[in-house]
Write a protein that binds this ligand. Structure first.
Ligand SMILES: C[S@@+](CC[C@H](N)C(=O)[O-])C[C@H]1O[C@@H](n2cnc3c(N)ncnc32)[C@H](O)[C@@H]1O
Length: 310
């Protein structure tokens, strides 16, 4: 067995990454200058400050669009009704943390430009990881997804943003049980893979999760999910939930161990880690890292592994 570095218990409450552009409160005045349509969604919160209604999908979408236009050199961005509307600060954190992983922790050595190709497994209709990665580090991306609507939408975002078109390739994964197969060719070399996997193990659990999230945001019990409140069926659940999805990824990564330098994924449920470490031990990587990620009381983690020789 190789020496495997794994941080079994993630106790530290993570904060946003030091390079994350969203560490401060949102400056709505500036955001509205970049995206005037945000103005109609501004409300005063209980502290009498500008905010938006985070339980209203249209407001969240308008905020996201403004953030992408303002901070990430986007000209146009949209998602279809009902699709996952990603919180931008958290998504940016993942990109900065994998940049640190590739640099070996030395900020001056973060690789930039065409030297890096990143595979975003399950890129979604929102294409948000590639958008942030291109803007922050000028990396190249491959975005895969099993959902044809997401694929078409992601391609539409590329068509409307010329700066992204030459940096991002979109690929339909035709087999829902496959991760790398059908996306990477046998000889293709990439530096890193990232993934925000479907979390829930059934549609029922996914809908219950959405209701919990909405109830927390509204501060009152919500019993019906509004049709367009983020996350279509495919996006938020898969058979076996994140544990099975990531196990498949780990097992398949062995076959692609010379294609990709670092394999990474978000693990939302800390209780999934134990069985995932067991699966990892079977494929015998040379290193495993568990990197805390999150903000305030919502903490998750990135699980990363590599087969490269030190
Ligand atoms: C939680 S969503 C993440 C979307 C986006 N990356 C984000 O973070 O907002 C998970 C995505 O994985 C996709 N997906 C499910 N199985 C997949 C597979 N085998 N290969 C690629 N994508 C898959 C879903 O269609 C969905 O778009």
């Amino acid at each position: 067995m190789n020496t495997i570095k794994k941080e079994k218990k993630v106790k530290v409450k993570a904060e946003l990454h030091p390079r994350n552009k969203h560490k401060e409160r949102y400056n709505f005045e500036e955001l509205i200058k970049s995206s005037p349509e945000l103005k109609q969604y501004i409300i005063l919160n209980k502290y009498n400050s500008d905010s938006i209604d985070f339980s209203n999908p249209e407001s969240v979408k308008a905020l996201n669009k403004a953030l992408l236009l303002h901070f990430y050199a986007i000209e146009s961005w949209d998602i279809p009704e009902g699709f996952l509307c990603p919180p931008i600060p958290g998504r940016a954190d993942y990109i900065h943390l994998v940049a640190d992983l590739l640099s070996g922790g030395d900020e001056s050595k973060i690789p930039k430009g065409n030297t890096v190709t990143c595979l975003d497994i399950g890129t979604g209709a929102n294409l948000v990881y590639p958008i942030i990665g291109v803007s922050e580090y000028d990396w190249n991306f491959i975005g895969s997804d099993i959902d044809p609507i997401s694929i078409d939408w992601a391609k539409e975002i590329l068509a409307k943003n010329k700066n992204l078109a030459s940096k991002i390739e979109i690929k339909l994964q035709k087999n829902a049980d496959a991760i790398f197969k059908g996306v990477l060719s046998k000889s293709q070399k990439i530096n890193i893979s990232i993934c925000n996997p479907p979390f829930h193990s059934s549609l029922k659990k996914s809908q219950a999760g959405t209701l919990r999230k909405l109830s927390n945001l509204k501060g009152e019990k919500v019993v019906n999910v509004s049709k367009n409140f983020g996350g279509t069926n495919n996006e938020l659940w898969c058979v076996g939930g994140e544990k099975r999805f990531i196990s498949n990824m780990i097992n398949e990564s062995l076959e692609y161990k010379t294609n990709c330098e670092w394999f990474t994924t978000i693990v939302s449920d800390r209780d999934s880690l134990k069985s995932l470490y067991k699966t990892l031990e079977k494929v015998n990587p040379t290193a495993i890292k568990t990197i805390p990620m999150g903000q305030g009381n919502k903490t998750s983690r990135i699980l990363a592994w590599t087969f490269k020789k030190a």
